[in-house]
Ligand binder design. Structure first.
Ligand code: FUB
Length: 314
């Protein structure tokens, strides 16, 4: 028995300890981490949970999000907070009393960075309710400054945008609204280029949010949280086209053992290793709407299926 052997065993058991400690953002609550590799660095675009401010007529027991920050790292251990990039006061379509800047995504095309985010809109639907729309902010660098488009994307009602640019250059946007939807995006990345389509062959119930699509070795992975019991479980389906059909394939991460209702993730490859970014309420154990982002290594089997990820810290 030697201290070195003990250290090696600890690193093997903990997984994330090899490159840092979870949660990895510690200066604020963060959730829904969309991670991207831009210019050799990992950028994480999370939601930014805050406790509901007094005097705003907000529910104390619900999500409360006013803005977004972006973070970057070259080693997944030391993270830089580049500050606030977009807020609910940036565009007239956003209901700035709603504090509903939910899960975002960002993607690069032709040297421009397109940041997609949902929020309650000022439009009232036939039931007198303010639904969710998806907006876009554009920058020349991943850390901004971002210019928010004055209007949300026409044709989308829903939350949790995710964008894939396929190898042939066609961009697709995915989002959630009772089901998972997909549509093509125009070259300008600001408008739909096809009618929204519900992705078929997925679970009938419990698909509320958080699609994330990526391609590996010619397979397209549609990954998403799915709730059947108490909390969300991360699952995936595989297809050979960005618009499907997809076949339900397995579970990426089991339900939270400690009761954080949501889980929301992204998956990326960085320096020849795949990673799962996700969240838990580590710094707010009694209130699961104040969350913190985590990262763990992710591995594939030879047939392309995914090893289940066991969270490295509970
Ligand atoms: O963060 C607010 C919402 O909770 C997200 O949009 C969902 O995916 C869930 O994490």
């Amino acid at each position: 028995y030697s201290p070195l052997l003990t250290l090696i065993v600890l690193i093997m058991i903990s997984g994330a300890a090899a490159f840092g400690q979870n949660p990895f953002i510690r200066n604020q609550f963060t959730a829904d981490p969309s991670a991207r590799v831009f210019n050799g660095k990992v950028y994480v675009f999370p939601s930014h949970d805050i406790p509901a401010p007094e005097g705003k007529n907000l529910r104390k027991d619900w999500f409360c999000m006013e803005d977004y920050h972006v973070f970057s790292s070259e080693n997944l251990t030391d993270w830089t907070d580049h500050g606030m990039i977009v807020s609910q006061y940036d565009a007239p379509w956003i209901d700035s009393t709603s504090y509903s800047m939910w899960a975002p995504d960002c993607i690069e095309r032709n040297g421009k960075y397109y940041f997609y985010f949902p929020s309650n809109t000022n439009e009232v639907d036939e039931n007198g309710r303010k639904g969710f729309g998806i907006g876009v902010a554009v920058a020349d660098k991943p850390e901004g400054p971002y210019v928010t488009q004055k209007e949300n994307i026409k044709g989308i009602k829903g939350i949790d945008p995710n964008v894939l640019i396929d190898k042939d250059g066609q961009a697709y946007i995915y989002w959630s609204h009772g089901h998972i939807f997909v549509a093509k995006l125009k070259e300008n990345m600001l408008e739909l280029d096809s009618e929204p389509m519900i992705i078929p062959n997925l679970p009938e119930k419990g698909l509320k949010e958080g699609p994330w699509v990526f391609e590996r070795n010619g397979l397209y992975y549609l990954t998403f949280p799915h709730v059947e019991n108490k909390t969300e479980r991360l699952e995936y389906a595989i297809g050979d086209n960005p618009m499907g059909p997809f076949k339900m394939t397995g579970v990426i991460m089991d339900e939270s053992p400690t009761g954080c209702w949501t889980n929301h993730h992204s998956i990326l490859e960085y320096k020849n290793q795949w990673y799962l970014f996700y969240h838990h309420n580590d710094y707010s154990p009694t209130f699961d709407k104040n969350r913190s982002v985590r990262v763990d290594s992710l591995f594939f089997n030879a047939d392309g299926t995914i090893h289940k990820v066991v969270p490295s810290l509970r």
